[in-house]
Design a protein around this ligand. Structure first.
Ligand code: GDD
Ligand code: MG
Length: 360
């Protein structure tokens, strides 16, 4: 049996307003809470018990996922009254683990979509005899991540979380947010106070001479912490660019959830998902977007690479490109929302109130 701890307690600030009412792991990607994809992938890799470490909006997880039996696994919920950071969350979750001291325990950030072979990572960890094995990936701009240089054998040399100074940027290898811990190592993390695995635990283990083993993997990888990434990940799931056992339908250019209504002449594509009870009006075009339950896109509107919150409304002829419309918001007709625009939950934008000007 392999156990996993899933970190699901972050505030999801970079995804606001989507995360004002829904914690990041519960925001639907390709029709189901993103967490469902992660749990299904873990189950497919042989994980049978997952401890969900929750904090922000913790109460919504259990009513949806229950004891996990529908997913063929066991779920235990551990909630921090105040956020204890990634390390504090891991330490708190450890009390619910059943693994022995030398057993491998997976620890997963709750906002990562990846095609990584999890079972292979665990096997490599046991072969290397490491205290912790870290999944690493390469990115063009590593500054927003944990930088993890390794030597020729995969031994981690340093861990620098979100480097500030140019001289700290010594590699394009970053922490991909998926670890295998030897269980007894988790037990050394201090309990009951905030701890960051990235800023405290990993540097501390390295300083004590422990073997941290990095595995660079080039399979699909995306952090869903920002709207553009979230929307792209959902589209990739819908189109089958990355596989998920939790996809609630066949892969294709779009996915309709039960009760979604598409009126005549509307065009959907690019991995768009249309949520339950949502409606796309005649002649509207929706490309590579996430349309959540009960949202409405009126006639002739154009929505591209955007996220429309639950029960939101986009008026006639309005264009929404690379933007987020919060739950219950109403964008009137003939507006132009462009890259980075975020309409707050329940906001009201009158007709023809916003124009996009590329010149200023
Ligand atoms: N339970 C709990 N409590 N979970 C938390 C807390 C907390 O206090 N703080 C964060 N988390 C969870 C988040 O929900 C998320 O699933 C995960 O821990 C990582 O937090 P993020 O806020 O998403 O961190 P990040 O994206 O800035 O950086 C992390 O991920 C990068 C890869 O995407 C770091 O691990 C980086 O080193 C890494 O490169
Ligand atoms: Mg993240």
């Amino acid at each position: 049996m392999t156990e996993a701890i899933l970190l699901a307690g972050g505030k999801g600030s970079r995804l606001r307003p989507v995360t004002l009412r829904t914690p990041k792991p519960m925001v639907p990607a390709a029709g189901v809470p993103f967490l469902a994809h992660q749990l299904a992938r873990a189950r497919a890799a042989g994980v049978t018990h997952v401890v969900l470490a929750t904090s922000y909006l913790a109460e919504v997880f259990e009513p949806y996922f229950g004891d996990g039996s529908a997913l063929g696994m066991r779920l235990t919920y551990v909630t921090e009254d105040r956020p204890l950071g990634t390390g504090g969350a891991v330490r708190g979750a450890a009390d619910a683990l059943e693994s022995g001291p030398a057993d491998p325990v997976l620890v997963l950030n709750g906002d990562i979509l990846t095609g990584l072979d999890l079972a292979g990572l665990v096997r490599g960890h046991l072969r290397a005899g490491a205290a912790v094995t870290l999944h690493l990936t390469r990115v063009d701009d590593p500054r927003e991540y944990g930088l993890v240089p390794t030597d020729g054998t995969g031994r981690v040399l340093r861990f620098t979380e979100k480097p500030q100074r140019p001289e700290e940027i010594v590699t394009d290898q970053i922490n991909a947010g998926c670890y295998v811990f030897r269980r007894e190592v988790i037990d050394t993390v201090p309990a009951g106070r905030p701890v960051s695995v990235e800023r405290e635990t990993f540097p501390g283990l390295l300083a004590s001479g422990a073997l941290l083993h990095g595995v660079v993997d080039r399979s699909y990888w995306r952090d869903l912490g920002r709207p553009a990434c979230f929307v792209q990940a959902s589209a990739d799931l819908v189109r089958g660019v990355v596989a998920s056992p939790a996809l609630p339908g066949p892969t294709g250019e779009y996915l309709l959830m039960p009760g979604a209504r598409i009126e005549e002449g509307a065009v959907l594509g690019g991995g768009t998902v249309v949520g339950a009870g949502a409606r796309i009006g005649a002649g509207a075009v929706v490309e590579g977007s996430v349309v959540l339950d009960g949202a409405r896109v009126d006639e002739g509107a154009r929505v591209h690479a955007s996220m429309l919150g639950a029960g939101s409304y986009v008026g006639r002829g309005t264009t929404v490109t690379g933007a987020v419309v919060g739950d219950g918001a109403r964008v009137g007709a003939a507006n132009e929302l462009d890259h980075g625009a975020r309409v707050w939950c329940d906001a009201r934008i009158p007709d023809a109130a916003i124009r996009f000007s590329p010149d200023c």
